[in-house]
Ligand binder design. Structure first.
Ligand SMILES: NC(=O)c1ccc[n+]([C@@H]2O[C@H](COP(=O)([O-])OP(=O)(O)OC[C@H]3O[C@@H](n4cnc5c(N)ncnc54)[C@H](OP(=O)(O)O)[C@@H]3O)[C@@H](O)[C@H]2O)c1
Length: 341
């Protein structure tokens, strides 16, 4: 019945009678050309991003404002954003929880890049920190806000995460509440001068659910939605919202899964340099050429077969973790053997 209706529709549309073979041949051409067009568009996007992350000129960061604010800046990706923006002449407001590490990072940045810094100690698992941060940022000409701070849970089924009630509350406060409150604090000043960049650091796990890291990946999906909606609302007011969702980057957070930096897991400095080339050119990216390929593959899988995609990711995570644990145990044993020899 359905086939007949489709056939009648096409025949009516082109004004010619068609036999069954001809109809299916037309339909299969339509499907094939649509898939090819989709693949073509994706390849164009990927190639464009590949060139941008590798070769595009850095934007004039200081033209957006004198200061960059970076959350979670004493290690990993946040530390690299702070250093790279300082290298380009921005003054840096550093927000993290460990006062000693903050002082060390501020001293290093001032010494290496000759720019002013401001240190703000805050633990984003708390809700009473925001008035203090606001007071310390008052009066600064903020051009860039990097919402980077994030924490992950242990890789395990939902109920097996130790101290679940507190851990899940912390994850939501650090990954999501910090981003909303910091953006709410800094955005009015940017809107007033009609320019500013907000960089939201998410994770490739925002594309499709990641079993065994379910709550973490759900907080990252929140960021994806938040970034895209905000970008639309404030584009006409001169604000750029740049969403970056990395795959593996070689940092403390990933040290259980990744043992050394490489092509798949770049160092945070390499990753951030590649991403900063794109912040005024691409709204959503994984920040690094290879990560963009992984992102598009994950997106495609989730689009055509969402349940199979989740099963595959769950299976992969389990295996990657098992292999990483075995490798870790082997390295530990090799080190112990070398010591006793
Ligand atoms: N690394 C990856 O492969 C990867 C992949 C996808 C997404 N990401 C995302 O990238 C972002 C940065 O990750 P990363 O790998 O660079 O992490 P990281 O190396 O663990 O560094 C996290 C930074 O955040 C600070 N921090 C943690 N909890 C905090 C809290 N409650 N209050 C204030 N500061 C806090 C840490 O400060 P302390 O020095 O005090 O610990 C540290 O400076 C996160 O949003 C993460 O989800 C990372």
């Amino acid at each position: 019945m359905m086939c007949l209706e489709v056939k009648d529709f096409i025949q009516g549309y082109i004004g010619t009678r068609m036999d069954g073979w001809c109809l299916w041949s037309v339909l299969s051409w339509i499907v094939t050309l649509s898939v090819l067009a989709w693949v073509g568009v994706q390849l164009i996007h990927l190639t464009r991003r590949l060139f941008i992350h590798a070769f595009a000129a850095y934007p004039p960061f200081t033209s957006y404002g004198a200061w960059a604010v970076v959350t979670g800046c004493t290690d990993g990706i946040g530390l690299s954003y702070a250093k790279e923006l300082a290298r380009h002449g921005m003054k840096i407001a550093l927000i993290s929880r460990n006062p000693d590490k903050l002082e060390t990072v501020a001293w290093q940045i001032e010494k290496e890049f000759g720019v002013e810094t401001k240190v703000i100690q805050a633990d984003f698992t708390k809700l009473d920190i925001y008035e203090g941060i606001k007071e310390k940022l008052a009066g600064l000409d903020i051009g860039i806000l990097v919402n980077n701070v994030g924490m992950a849970t242990r890789i395990s089924p939902f109920l097996d995460v130790p101290d679940g009630e507190k851990t899940y509350q912390d994850v939501l406060l650090v990954n999501n509440m910090s981003m909303v409150r910091m953006t709410h604090m800094v955005l009015p000043g940017m809107v007033e001068k009609r320019k500013g960049i907000i960089i939201n650091v998410s994770s490739i796990s925002d594309v499709s659910p990641v079993p065994l890291l379910t709550t973490y990946s759900a907080t990252k999906a929140f960021i994806y939605s938040f970034s895209r909606g905000l970008a639309y609302e404030y584009k006409s007011k001169g604000i750029l919202v740049h969403h970056v969702d990395p795959w593996y980057v070689y940092t403390k957070m990933m040290n259980k899964l990744v043992h050394r930096p490489g092509l798949m897991a770049p160092t945070p400095d390499i990753f951030v340099r590649a991403d900063l080339r794109s912040i005024t050119k691409v709204q959503v990216t994984s920040g690094y050429w290879l990560h963009n390929f992984m992102r598009e593959a994950a997106r495609f899988m989730d689009f055509i077969a969402p349940t199979a995609a989740t099963n595959m990711v769950g299976w992969t995570i389990k295996n990657v973790l098992e292999r990483a644990m075995q490798k870790r145990a082997k390295l530990k044993k090799q080190k112990a053997d070398a010591k006793t020899a």
